[in-house]
Design a protein around this ligand. Sequence first.
Ligand SMILES: [Zn+2]
Length: 188
Amino acid sequence: MGFACPDLSAFARVEELGREVVGQRLEPDRAVLACRVVEPDQWCRRCGCEDVPRDTVTRPLAHEPLGWRPTTLLVTVRRYRCPGCGHVWSQDTTRAAEPRARLSRRGLRWALEGIVVQHLTMARVAEGLGVAWNTANDAVLAEGRRALIEDPDRFDGVKAIGVDEHVWRHTRRGEKYVTVIIDLTAVR
Ligand SMILES: [Zn+2]
């Protein structure tokens, strides 16, 4: 097997989110990777004019930890205003994350595998992602609902299903258990 040139976008699996890494900031307890959209996306959705960037916004996404160190993607999203029709829009970010999500798709995948395959606690997953317990918990529950309930083709192509039961929350009245069912086809 040969070697390719070192490539942080590929190594950190940012490439598969349609992003490339353009900068890194290594702090003692976390790494921040500045990312931008790879595909040019400057054509007006409404009239097809080539648009000029109006401004940019940055969006932090918790990514999978690399070397036990939380990794945050700082994704730059360009916003446009069409000179032809005045339509205002932003670069598509759905390959990187669900709308309004705090976790990247890789970060979310890491969290699910951590819970179901590695039997990590939600506290450990949150620590790995560098986010609050509630943030990790909400993201995992939302993804479970999305994958299992909202997708009508959810069992197409599924060869392995993992079932796991967790103590989800310790309350004064006892422990609440939740059953997690996840398609492990890709994991195997
Ligand atoms: Zn337009």
